[in-house]
Design a protein around this ligand. Structure first.
Ligand code: GTP
Ligand code: MG
Length: 195
C-alpha cells in the first residue's frame, strides 16, 4: 500500500457499474464526516486520492481504488447525513445493501467510528446490516487526536460492549488519527494480511 501503487479506479452508482470481482476487496463504512476519505488518503500516503471535505455527505458514490498486487479499497458513501433528501438516502441504502450482500470478493468491512463519540444509533444499523450480510467487520476509531487520554478508555469500553452484540464483529479495534498518522501502519498491516 504505497502511494505509487494506489490509484482511483472509478465511482460506482449502481450494481452494474461495479468493477469485475477479480481480486479481494475491503471497504470503509461510517457516518458522514467520520473520516473515511481522510483515512484512505493516510493509508495510501496520497493526500488527495479520496476527496476529504468539511461538507458531510460529500462522497456520494462507491469509490474504488486499486493497489498494485493488493485488494481493492472501497470508500462507501457516508450514512446518517440528516439533510440528504429521502429519495437520495433510500437509493444509497438500496445500493449499499445490494453491495454488501452481493459482493463475493468483499473480505472485510472497516467500520469507522469517531473516537470521541463511540457507537451511535445510526452505526448500529450498519452493524446489523453487516451481520445479516455475513460480512466480517472491524471497527476503526478515527480522530484519536481529538480525544483526551482520560476519555479514551470510556469510549473503547462503550464500543467493545456494543460489538459484543454483533456476531460479524472482529474483536480487535484499531485506534487511528489520519491527521497524526496514529494506527495507520497497524491498519496497513491488517489490510495486507487479508487474503
Ligand atoms: P463523507 O465522505 O462525507 O462521508 O465524509 P468522510 O467520512 O469521508 O470524512 P472526511 O475524510 O471527508 O473527513 C471529514 C472531516 O474530518 C474533514 O474536515 C477532515 O479533515 C476531518 N478529519 C478526518 N480525519 C481526521 C483526524 O484523524 N483528525 C482530525 N482532527 N480531523 C480529521
Ligand atoms: Mg468521504
Amino acid at each position: 500500500l504505497f502511494a505509487a501503487e494506489t490509484d482511483f479506479l472509478k465511482g460506482v452508482v449502481a450494481m452494474d457499474g461495479l468493477p469485475p470481482a477479480d481480486r479481494v476487496e475491503v471497504c470503509f463504512a461510517g457516518r458522514s464526516n467520520v473520516g473515511k476519505s481522510s483515512l484512505i488518503n493516510a493509508l495510501t500516503g496520497r493526500k488527495a486520492l479520496a476527496r476529504a471535505s468539511n461538507t458531510p455527505g460529500r462522497t456520494q458514490e462507491i469509490n474504488f481504488f486499486t493497489t498494485t498486487g493488493g485488494p481493492f479499497l472501497v470508500d462507501l458513501p457516508g450514512y446518517g447525513y440528516a439533510e440528504a433528501p429521502l429519495p437520495v438516502v433510500e437509493k444509497w441504502q438500496r445500493l449499499l445493501k445490494a453491495y454488501l450482500a452481493g459482493r463475493a470478493t468483499l473480505r472485510r468491512a472497516f467500520v469507522l467510528i469517531d473516537a470521541r463519540h463511540g457507537v451511535k444509533k445510526v452505526d448500529e444499523e450498519i452493524l446489523t446490516l453487516l451481520d445479516t450480510s455475513a460480512v466480517t467487520f472491524q471497527v476503526v476509531l478515527t480522530k484519536a487526536d481529538k480525544v483526551k487520554d482520560k476519555d479514551r478508555e470510556k469510549t473503547l469500553a462503550q464500543v467493545r460492549n456494543a460489538l459484543s452484540k454483533h456476531p460479524a464483529a472482529y474483536p480487535e479495534l484499531i485506534l487511528t488519527s489520519s491527521e497524526k498518522g496514529l494506527g495507520i501502519p497497524t491498519l496497513r498491516a491488517t489490510i495486507a494480511g487479508i487474503e
